[in-house]
Design a binder for this molecule. Structure first.
Ligand code: IMP
Ligand code: MG
Length: 197
């Protein structure tokens, strides 16, 4: 192998990590994600074109951090970035919908336009909790964006404003989403082989 071939191979293998045996297939590739994130950013730029003070983007840790960082760099409307951490218990068939606040935002949300940025809407418990919680703080407006949603899994109705992709009821990883902290930084979204809900 020539040095040039070696170099190109290294770049390729860094840019597109191969599927491991745990992963069934690539569901959404990196280019498709970027195109969709651009479209969503354009919609947000249009919808918030007239705001006079910064929109507060609240990313739900950890899953949203890659989506949020790509999205915010495409925003032309004034905005600030903040985070919140929640944990939910009893996922899957025994879902109880208990959501606990682990870390609050640093910004005081009162009187502000807020956009909650989430990786995926599954049962809806997390976003439902956050939307109601933020409304109770006297926010000026609360909207939501999720990169992914699984319509088959919804338990609580949530008003989603900006949705990236609708996906089937499979466990997905990559682009921020994990399985037991694995695969979170894959540049694409892949389906796990074994359903783990
Ligand atoms: P919900 O409260 O049931 O809507 O749960 C949403 C949270 O569950 C997301 O923020 C994710 O952290 C996690 N989640 C749900 N489905 C998946 C998945 O397929 N892959 C990774 N995380 C998921
Ligand atoms: Mg999450």
């Amino acid at each position: 192998m020539t040095p040039e071939e070696q170099r190109t191979m290294n770049i390729r293998s860094i840019a597109i990590p191969p599927l491991t045996p745990d992963l069934e297939r690539v569901l959404i590739d990196a280019d498709t994600i970027q195109r969709r994130v651009n479209e969503l950013a354009n919609q947000i730029n249009n919808d918030y074109a007239d705001i006079t003070e910064p929109l507060i983007l609240v990313g739900v840790l950890k899953g949203s951090f890659i989506y949020l960082s790509d999205l915010c760099r495409k925003l032309t409307v004034p905005h600030v970035v903040d985070f919140i951490a929640v944990s939910s218990y009893g996922k899957g068939s025994t879902s109880t919908g208990n959501v606990r606040l682990l870390m609050d935002t640093r910004e005081n949300l009162e009187g502000h336009h807020v956009l909650i940025v989430e990786d995926i809407l599954d049962t809806g418990y997390t976003l439902d909790y956050l939307v109601r919680n933020f409304h109770s703080r006297g926010t000026r407006s609360v909207n939501t964006t999720v990169l992914l949603e699984k319509p088959d899994r919804h338990v609580v109705p949530v008003d989603l404003k900006y949705v990236g992709f609708t996906i089937p009821d499979v466990w997905v990883v990559g682009y921020g989403l994990d399985y037991a902290e694995k695969y979170r930084t894959l540049p694409y979204i892949a389906e796990m082989k074994i359903p783990t809900k």
